[in-house]
Design a protein around this ligand. Structure first.
Ligand code: UT7
Length: 327
């Protein structure tokens, strides 16, 4: 059997503070009915003042390591997928490494917005398949509450904070990541982005005055591309492995909007029961959404040994992708 990267531990962390749609009604001109009807979201979690992305990531990582039954010293590398790092640098992965107290391994972040976790496990998979490394920690973590404009009803109702983590390890029994499929289209960069705070529009008075430190999104256009790209990413993963959707026990999509997932299901003729959904409780947690949903599926016994599961995401960049896993 060829070497594969198998998920040997999963973890997740959600901040305790809950922000409901009714709470949002008091902040912006919106309603529980509108949010639920247009997105499927009921509530989301918000990080406490003391928490930043690396804290969420660290908590998810601790649980994944415990589940895997390994110590931080057993890791060869740490990858964090995030677009809301604690600071521009160092990477949040290095901060997680510090909290875990491991030296002599490498750690870095990946920026692919909501597709970040798929990108990160794809990269990790290459290290493990090549035989260069044996065990890696991959985390998806984002704290969008710090970068959404709480006066903009078009975006603030959609996002939440959280982190999910997996430990990947070389395995020779046919289980693990079968294939990953990554795509991006930089011409669509301005569908979803944060203009300020980088080297183009550095932090300053002008940035703050124009509220450029916050997420900007072309919602309708992003919606359409999301349906197309997620469908394409699923189709490619199935086709390149000679499988059909009937072979997949559970689809774990990026949790952006229930209507996007429903449209993908309709297009590909996949019943909704086969999609893992938790966006009603957490909203869109960006790079964390897939590993949190995976964690819940595992804990709730929805996935058994040897089942095929298919992860699929799209996000800013624009980026999209899928990962087929034999559990
Ligand atoms: O990880 C990727 C993240 N991004 C996404 O996934 C975004 C994808 N897009 C979407 O999910 C949807 O396009 C939204 C949820 C953002 C918007 O839903 P929609 O059904 O496409 O609504 P719309 O933008 O067409 O707006 C319909 C109406 C507008 O009012 P008018 O112009 O018809 O009077 C909006 O101003 O709804 C209004 N609206 C709201 N009303 C109440 C927009 N946001 C809100 C709101 N509450 N929060």
């Amino acid at each position: 059997m060829p070497v594969r990267s198998r998920i040997i531990g999963v973890g997740s962390y959600l901040p305790t503070k809950i922000l409901t749609n009714h709470d949002l009604e008091r902040e912006v001109d919106t309603s529980d009915e509108w949010i639920l009807d247009r997105t499927g979201i009921r509530e989301r979690r918000i990080a406490s003042e003391e928490e930043a992305t690396s804290d969420l990531a660290f908590n998810a990582a601790k649980e994944a390591l415990k589940g895997a039954g390994i110590k931080p010293e057993d890791l060869d590398f740490i990858i964090v997928a995030t677009v809301t790092p604690d600071m521009l640098f160092p990477s949040s992965a290095c901060l997680v490494q510090q909290r875990l107290g491991v030296k002599g391994i490498f750690a870095f972040d990946i920026s692919a917005a909501c597709s970040g976790f798929i990108y990160a496990i794809s990269v990790a998979d290459q290290y493990i398949r090549s035989g260069i490394h044996r065990t890696g920690l991959v985390i998806g973590a984002d704290t969008f509450s710090r970068v959404v404009d709480w006066t903009d009803r078009n975006t603030c109702v959609l996002f939440g904070d959280g982190a999910g983590a997996v430990v990947l390890q070389a395995d020779y029994n046919g289980r693990g990541i079968i294939s990953t499929h990554l795509y991006s289209d930089g011409t669509l960069w301005d569908f979803l982005y944060i203009p300020g705070g980088g080297s183009r529009i550095p932090p300053g008075e002008e940035m703050v005055k124009k509220r450029l430190q916050y997420v900007k999104m072309r919602g309708n256009e992003t919606f359409k591309v999301a349906v197309n790209t997620m469908s394409e990413a699923i189709g490619e993963a199935l086709k390149s492995n000679g499988l059909t959707s009937a072979d997949i026990k559970l689809f774990i999509p990026h949790q952006a909007n229930l209507r996007i997932i429903q449209a993908v299901g309709k297009r590909l003729n996949i019943p909704m029961e086969r999609f893992k959904i938790n966006l009603d409780r957490y909203g869109n947690t960006s790079a964390a959404s897939i590993p949190i949903a995976l964690y819940e599926a595992v804990m709730e016994g929805e996935i058994k040994e040897d089942d095929y599961i298919l992860l699929e995401a799209f996000g800013g960049g624009l980026t999209w992708g899928s990962a087929l896993i034999r559990w």
